[in-house]
Design a protein around this ligand. Sequence first.
Ligand code: ADP
Length: 265
Amino acid sequence: SRYDVRCAYVPGDGFEGVLACFEDVTQLRQTDQIRRDFVANVSHELRTPLTALLGYIETLQGPAREDAAARERFLTSMQAEAQRMNRLVGDLLSLSRVEDEARMRPTDRVDVAAVAGQAVRRMMPLAQEGGVTLAAEMPEEGMVLPGDHDQLLQVFTNLIENAIKYGGRGADVTVSAGPVDRDPYLRKPAVRIDVRDTGAGFDPLHIPRLTERFYRVDSHRSREKGGTGLGLAIVKHIVNRHRGRLRIESAPGQGSLFSVILPRE
Ligand code: ADP
């Protein structure tokens, strides 16, 4: 543990002493360190596309000036880099909004199956484009709970998007949902939404760190797929706000299963 110590000399009438206050600041220091790491990470993540952009601009001003085909190629790459920065800033804003609302209990009545279905429809074009079969198995009713509609939509969208991105061409992604009588960890009746993919999976040793900001199993692959490294951190925060839990199962060559378990009351 780390302590801040403050001392004061206490003069008195016939009594003199020294007053020492010890304050345990372990938690404070840790939070401070996390914040510093976060700022360093964000700077690095923004600088990478910026450096690339500056490189492209320089080439366009010099060697590629008269070459129409090269100009076209460079502009396409510059657009991709700018979009990457845009996604990162968007995810940073989402994360900070979710953190701001962490203590506010969500009050909408949300039909979870309907929201998951909405996320599936939203992600269908991405699946088709990526050669992934996306299917949903959703129950008709019994899945209404207090929640934040937009945030839950974001949770399912992020999980389905990851399943498509990392599942890869030829993979199957299935979204299913159902009621749970009593979740052993939440100790409450719950609903469970599963997003399963038949992609490459990953070593389970990554699972405990997967929801940390900017943690990636394979940085190269994440960047290539346009990932910001913030998707699962956002998911985790939203699930926590709903007093639920995120369960992750994966193994190399076996695909992955991301389950969101939310209390029904
Ligand atoms: P990213 O923007 O990199 O996708 P996320 O926070 O959404 O960031 O995910 C963190 C990391 O978890 C990813 O970089 C990837 O390595 C891994 N991951 C997430 N979902 C899957 C999945 N369905 N299959 C394999 N790996 C996954």
